[in-house]
Design a protein around this ligand. Structure first.
Ligand SMILES: O=C(O)CCC(=O)C(=O)O
Ligand SMILES: [Fe+2]
Length: 525
């Protein structure tokens, strides 16, 4: 059936908008009434789960006004078998098999992400992280807060996003019966809580660093990269619960497994984007294979929601589990549970991960226990000059009928890079970013700053590693001024041109074709 769909601003047909390769894999359904606010990006806290409509494209019939919405289920996100990444283990220079690259390229073109089987990350490692972190999250809030560091903005230890934290504080002011739910976090008013850690080889033994010079310990401890102001910001020490080692052991084991897998993914994405794989490897390691990336492993707990009658009256509408955003890193690898991310729920009310497809429609992405989901982020988009696009995603709230038993846990690894890429260390020492969409743009501007003082003057001194390009109002909720380039605007073009300089520096000539892009972007030299 041909269903014409499109955003409120214009009419595009599904067959026109959808790449040929992916068209068969989408089911279009018609649901609900139309929203007065229109558009794809109108998710807001106040509207909560009613905003399934925002995830949908309007259905137009001839000249009639929009009267219904359509939603997409990406229930066959292409699964690429990576064969245990054996090609990757064969050595630095062995390229990923051609068919694998083609499969990844096709999945990116049709869905903007892919599902990886044969990834080599043992299931028992992921399961251990899940069970240990669940035990951690089920403790009283005060215990968890002992693991919070630096205003919860360094991707270390226990963290809650600022807007969720504000919600929680309001909630704590109200009296919710302690036995309102079996999950302590559900009673505490937690929307999303996370536990994060950074590279074990750098962030585990920081206290030794200063002594390293005198004792002649590991070479990395003498490395200015970690001792710089930059290192202080991007490689803060990991923090763990003091009374139990099990979470630490589980996460460090998982970190190693995900880090190794991520290197393979980076090469795959580079190959699929026509970028020389070796040019991207330097983002992760230096020539002596010393860690240069500040990737992080995080486990997120999204508690079940209380029935409306048990919520504080003034907080009867929950904030969204995770607002629409792109991850700041090169890409994110997610281990999700088929139970909570079945993909069968209605998009916008699934309580699970949803992504925005290249068509602009939102879609549920079903999880498989044997597969990891790979979502490109903002960095890879810049580094490939837009050939591989970062994917917008969110975690919706479950519909009321399911809310009371909707706990969800996700394990994610965000592969970041040395920041800013290719910048001489003396220049990036002291570089400080800010939450919001401008993370990489700032890097580019930072490249033109001659000193760390310049950079600090340009961007202020606050920093959050969780710098994301937001698809909604979230960026404005972060503290501090919003940079002038917050959202996708016509000047994206100019930004890509800036990136070309960066890409050229990495050994890849500026691109003039855009085989992955639904909309052509011309690159000026
Ligand atoms: O929990 C998930 O599935 C996604 C979480 C996420 O998007 C994030 O933490 O950036
Ligand atoms: Fe994300």
């Amino acid at each position: 059936m041909h269903v014409p769909v499109g955003p409120s601003s214009g009419v595009r047909s599904c067959t026109e908008a959808w790449p040929r390769s992916g068209r068969r894999s989408i089911r279009i359904g018609v649901c609900m009434s139309h929203s007065r606010r229109g558009g794809f990006d109108v998710l807001s806290e106040a509207w909560g789960c009613q905003l399934a409509v925002a995830a949908c494209a309007y259905v137009f019939r001839g000249r009639r006004k929009p009267k219904a919405t359509a939603f997409a289920l990406a229930n066959d996100v292409p699964a690429v078998d990576l064969g245990g990444c054996s090609w990757f283990r064969q050595g630095e220079d062995s390229p990923p098999p051609t068919e694998m690259v083609a499969a990844v390229r096709q999945a990116l073109a049709s869905h903007g992400l892919f599902s990886a089987r044969g990834h080599g990350v043992p299931l028992r490692v992921v399961q251990r992280v899940r069970s240990e972190s669940m035990a951690f999250f089920d403790q009283p809030l005060e215990m968890k807060q002992c693991c919070a560091v630096h205003n919860m903005e360094r991707n270390r230890g226990y963290e809650i996003y600022p807007h969720h934290q504000r919600f929680l504080e309001q909630w704590q002011g109200a009296s919710v019966p302690r036995d309102a739910h079996a999950e302590p976090s559900a009673v505490q008013g937690v929307i999303c809580e996370r536990f994060c850690c950074g590279p074990p080889s750098i962030c585990e033994v920081k206290s030794d660093k200063l002594e390293a010079k005198s004792t002649g310990l590991d070479a990395w401890k003498l490395d200015d990269f970690y001792r710089s102001e930059y290192g202080e910001v991007f490689f803060p020490e990991n923090v763990w619960p003091s009374d139990c080692d099990a979470l630490k052991r589980a996460m460090l084991e998982a970190y190693d497994a995900f880090e190794s897998f991520s290197e393979a993914v980076l090469l795959l994405l580079a190959a699929a984007s026509g970028v020389q794989p070796s040019s991207l490897r330097s983002l992760l390691f230096d020539s002596q294979r010393r860690v240069r990336h500040s990737s992080m492993l995080q486990v997120c707990n999204y508690p079940s929601l209380l029935p409306r009658r048990l919520r504080p009256p003034e907080l009867s509408v929950y904030q969204l589990r995770a607002k629409a955003h792109q991850d700041f890193g090169a890409f994110t690898v997610l281990a999700r549970c088929p139970g909570s991310d079945s993909g069968r729920a209605k998009c916008g009310q699934s309580g699970a991960l949803e992504v925005r497809l290249p068509t602009g429609a939102w879609a549920c992405v079903p999880a498989r226990e044997d597969a990891l989901t790979v979502m490109p982020g903002t960095l890879i988009e810049y580094l490939t000059a837009g050939r591989c696009r970062g994917v917008m995603h969110r975690v919706s709230n479950p519909r009321p009928g399911l809310a009371a038993d909707s706990r969800r846990l996700s394990v994610t690894f965000t592969a970041a890079s040395r920041i800013p890429p290719c910048l001489p260390l003396e220049t990036c020492g002291g570089w400080v970013g800010r939450s919001g969409s401008a993370f990489w743009e700032q890097c580019l501007v930072a490249m033109r700053c001659s000193s760390s003082a310049d950079i600090a003057r340009s961007f202020g001194s606050a920093y959050s590693c969780k710098a994301t390009r937001r698809g909604d109002s979230a960026s404005r909720e972060m503290a501090g001024p919003v940079p002038p380039w917050t959202s996708r605007r016509p000047d994206d073009h100019a930004r890509y041109c800036g990136v070309n300089a960066l890409v050229a520096e990495l050994g890849q000539p500026p691109s003039t074709d855009n085989q992955f892009l639904p909309l052509p972007i011309a690159f000026a030299r």
